[in-house]
Design a protein around this ligand. Structure first.
Ligand SMILES: Nc1ncnc2c1ncn2[C@@H]1O[C@H](COP(=O)(O)OP(=O)(O)O)[C@@H](O)[C@H]1O
Ligand SMILES: [Mg+2]
Length: 236
């Protein structure tokens, strides 16, 4: 589904050039749950912006479902994001004084879907993200950190994307709440076959995925599968 070939990204600020990605290669198949792990400044967010069609690489090729998305216009990138990708960020980006349900319906406004259908889909997404129905009509600033992140996951699911990209989704959560959120990603991967790319600087977080791609200074330094993960989680 995802083929990344020799991707580079060079940021130019004034006359200073910085190579944030220096030739990254990997493939990710449909239904994989992959963590991209690396220390701060290693290029994780840069890579996530390219994978999420929020930005294009300086050179190299990115193919998503067989389509070359490395050289598309801003409008075409926006279509890809709307139709195929769900995003979960560390800063949850919810509207604070707006209800949970409205926050989740927001991405559908642009998809020209009738209100009743939007409500139905938002409720389904919230259930899939594991939020209790009692909270659907609460304002998002009345929720706990873990509940807010479930709403953010629901919002990422509401367009029914095949790919979910999460950038440090547990960065603002305590360990226990973070584990619940990571469990939600595992369930979405196992039960709904969603492809999940989880970006993190923490090994404990990356271990929830089936495969860990480590990056450092803009380069992949290791890429391996974990076979024990499911067993470890079940025994917890
Ligand atoms: N817009 C930008 N302009 C210039 N440099 C940038 C920009 N975005 C990121 N960088 C630099 O690129 C490197 C990688 O950044 P980033 O992808 O955010 O890493 P990470 O998410 O792993 O912390 C960092 O050194 C950062 O300072
Ligand atoms: Mg980052």
């Amino acid at each position: 589904m995802i083929e990344i070939t020799n991707i580079t990204k060079t940021y130019i600020t004034g006359d200073i050039k910085f190579d944030a990605l220096k030739g990254v290669n990997f493939d990710i198949k449909d239904g994989e749950f992959v963590a991209i792990m690396g220390p701060s400044g290693s290029g994780k967010s840069t890579l996530m912006h390219i994978l999420g069609a929020l930005d294009t690489p300086t050179s190299g090729r990115y193919r998503l479902d067989g389509q070359d998305v490395s050289r598309l216009s801003e409008d075409s990138l926006a279509d890809i994001r709307r139709d195929r990708i769900g995003f979960v960020f560390q800063s949850f980006n919810l509207l604070p004084r707006t209800t949970v349900l409205r926050n989740v319906m927001l991405p559908l406004v642009y998809a020209k879907i009738p209100d009743a259908e939007r409500t139905k889909r938002a409720k389904e997404a919230l259930k899939a993200a594991g939020l209790d129905e009692d909270h659907f009509y609460h304002k998002s600033n009345q929720l706990s950190g873990g509940q807010i992140q479930r709403v953010a996951i629901a919002r990422a699911l509401v367009n029914n994307p095949s790919l979910i990209l999460a950038d440090e989704p547990t960065g603002n959560l305590d360990t226990k709440t973070g584990d619940i959120v990571l469990g939600t990603f595992q369930r979405l991967n196992e039960e709904q076959g969603k492809t999940i790319i989880l970006i993190t600087h923490e090994h404990d977080v990356a271990e929830h995925a089936d495969r860990i791609i480590s990056i450092r200074d803009g380069e992949v330094v290791s890429d391996h599968r974990q076979h024990q993960k499911r067993v470890v989680i079940r025994n917890k």
